[in-house]
Design a binder for this molecule. Sequence first.
Ligand code: NAD
Length: 411
Amino acid sequence: MNALAATSRNFRQATRLLGLDSKLEKSLLIPFREIKVECTIPKDDGTLASFVGFRVQHDNSRGPMKGGIRYHPEVDPDEVNALAQLMTWKTAVAAVPYGGAKGGIGCSPGELSRSELERLTRVFTQKIHDLIGTHTDVPAPDMGTNSQTMAWILDEYSKFHGHSPAVVTGKPIDLGGSLGRDAATGRGVMCATEALLAEHGKSISGSTFVIQGFGNVGSWAAQLIHEKGGKVIALGDATGSIRNKDRLDIPALMKHINEGGALKDFHDAEVIDSAELLVHQCDVLIPCALGGVLNRENAPHVKAKFIIEGANHPTDPEADEILAKKGVTLLPDIYANSGGVIVSYFEWVQNIQGFMWHEEKVNMELHKYMKNAFDHIKAMCKSQDCNLRMGAFTLGVSRVARATLLRGWGA
Ligand SMILES: NC(=O)c1ccc[n+]([C@@H]2O[C@H](COP(=O)([O-])OP(=O)(O)OC[C@H]3O[C@@H](n4cnc5c(N)ncnc54)[C@H](O)[C@@H]3O)[C@@H](O)[C@H]2O)c1
């Protein structure tokens, strides 16, 4: 089942639990606006190349729409649509005053030079500048894009609208980015893990962890869990997977990676088959790489007692059912990886205030938002008698539905 079908299915289950009116349900699912643009740029060799860019703005009932822009050869409108919808529920679960959006350009960023990427980003911004804005739609980085991409969007947008730092988040610190933004999603994953384990009378300290993905989310989650005394015993990335049954030395591994080493060549670990990683013995499994990695083939063999979805959509609905039957407790993506959008919100607030926060304040506020959202999800689980995924979906959908009704829907 693709991401759009799975998201829509979760949404429909949530609306049924909430007893939402069918017309309201339909209206909440339909995107506010879908944008498709052709971006033609001169390549460095003088030839012309065309790329298709998308922006799906899903819902703005709770505030400006918010979501990443991804550069990837397989960016497809259905997936962008699903991810935009997920952002609507995610921002509502996190209680930040935003709606949801997502965008992307179908391209292979690794095959484009820096100047080609800059030209492509500027042309894309020229085509959508009237449809994004500080109080309309605020993009952020996603797969294949980074703080430099946001700097180019900010610069191009500001040519049309004047200096507008709050039009994008995830910017370089020198252009109004927030301290703590880089670590935010991983830190949020750590906070979510802490809250869930505490609920079960456990703590990060002394628990064992397996993490798939050692990029932005996975590496920060691993470092922060390690700092809290958690034992990360196995890790994997696109190059391979490793384990140390006592505890991987995460600071030493970070040094190895920062010096250009591959994860699988880390000296203080044994290499394992990557298919083994997700079914490795551990207390907590944290997928932080791709979507759909937990499926009906491997779900029956998962040994973790807890799964924290650091990645977007890592568990397909069939795996969800299998894992629930096995008694695995799963914390869903729309909550578990919301640390990034929460600190993006802080960045936007700082830009509008023109006042930069200390990193300690950013981290403390992030912790409060994560804990608050967890408590609200648990309350939904209790009142709706449902699991954590449905608790998060019913919480997000009910907040968006309430805002829609208050604004006078249907008049
Ligand atoms: N970065 C954020 O702020 C953020 C926020 C919310 C959700 N997410 C989601 O988290 C996930 C990871 O994002 P990221 O920003 O860390 O990306 P990233 O590009 O920094 O890292 C991705 C990691 O996944 C690994 N990977 C790729 N293919 C793999 C494979 N086949 N097997 C194992 N590992 C593989 C890569 O080697 C890398 O370590 C994505 O699903 C993303 O949508 C990210």
